[in-house]
Design a protein around this ligand. Structure first.
Ligand SMILES: CC(C)(COP(=O)(O)OP(=O)(O)OC[C@H]1O[C@@H](n2cnc3c(N)ncnc32)[C@H](O)[C@@H]1OP(=O)(O)O)[C@@H](O)C(=O)NCCC(=O)NCCS
Length: 191
C-alpha cells in the first residue's frame, strides 16, 4: 500500500506500526450513529491488520485502510478505506469517517477523492461502490460532491446498532471517473 498525498492531507497506509492509532480513533464517540464500527479489542484489531494483504491492487481481496492525517498539524483525523470482496472482483467499496472536531472542512471529501484517484490510476479496478443510510446527509452530500451516482435503495441492506436498516447504494465506474476527470482537464486546458 502506498502513502497518498493530497492538498491538505497525508493518507497513511494502516499497518501493524500504526494500527493502534486507528483503533483509538475507532473508540471515539460520534462514529456509530449511522454505521457499524467493529468493536474489537486492541490486540484483536492488531491481529486482523497484520493478516491483511500488503499490496493494494485489483486482484487483492480484503480491507485496505489509510489514516487521514492533517498535513499541517500531523493530527490523525479519521480513516478512509477500500474493501474488495471475493464475490465482487473488480469492484471495491469505499468507507470513511472523521473525528467530530475535524468535520465540516472538506477533509473527508478530499480524502475520498484521493483514494478514488489512487484506485483508478494505480489499479485496474472497474468500479467503486459506496453505501450509507438515507439519514446520513453529510455522507450523501460527500458522495455526490466526489462524483458518485446514487443508484438504488437496498431494503435492510445493513445492520446498524444491532438493527437492520435500509441503505442507499452509490456507484462510480471507471468510465464515469474518466469522463469527469477528462472533462475537468479539458476545461483547465481551454482556460
Ligand atoms: C460522513 C463524514 C465523514 C463527512 O465529513 P465532513 O467533514 O462533514 O465532510 P466534508 O467536509 O468533506 O463535506 C462533504 C460534503 O458534505 C456536506 N455536509 C457535511 N455535513 C453536512 C450536513 N450535516 N448536512 C448537509 N451537508 C453536509 C458538505 O457541505 C460537503 O458538501 P459540498 O462539497 O457540496 O459543500 C462525517 O460526517 C463523519 O465522519 N460522520 C460519522 C461517520 C460516518 O457516518 N461515516 C460515513 C458512513 S457511510
Amino acid at each position: 500500500m502506498k502513502r497518498i498525498v493530497t492538498d491538505r492531507l497525508v493518507l497513511e497506509p494502516v499497518g501493524t506500526e500504526n494500527a493502534s492509532t486507528l483503533w483509538k480513533i475507532m473508540q471515539s464517540g460520534g462514529l456509530r450513529e449511522f454505521q457499524d464500527v467493529p468493536r474489537h479489542t486492541r490486540d484483536e484489531f492488531a491481529r486482523r491488520v497484520a493478516s491483511r494483504p500488503k499490496q493494494f491492487d485489483s486482484r487483492a481481496i480484503g480491507r485496505f485502510e489509510w489514516l487521514i492525517v492533517v498535513a499541517e498539524t500531523r493530527e490523525a483525523a479519521g480513516w478512509v478505506s477500500l474493501r474488495v470482496g471475493d464475490h465482487a472482483r473488480g469492484t471495491a467499496e469505499i468507507g470513511y469517517s472523521l473525528l467530530a472536531p475535524f468535520r465540516g472542512s472538506g477533509f473527508a471529501a478530499e480524502a475520498a477523492r484521493g483514494i478514488v484517484r489512487h484506485a483508478f490510476v494505480e489499479t485496474d479496478l472497474k468500479q467503486i461502490d459506496a453505501c450509507c443510510v438515507p439519514q446520513n446527509v453529510a455522507s450523501r452530500a460527500l458522495l455526490a460532491a466526489v462524483g458518485f451516482e446514487e443508484t438504488r435503495v437496498q431494503k435492510n441492506g445493513a445492520i446498524v446498532r444491532g438493527r437492520p436498516v435500509d441503505i442507499v447504494i452509490f456507484e462510480m465506474t471507471r468510465e464515469s471517473y474518466d469522463a469527469r476527470n477528462g472533462a475537468a482537464l479539458r476545461k483547465g486546458i481551454s482556460g
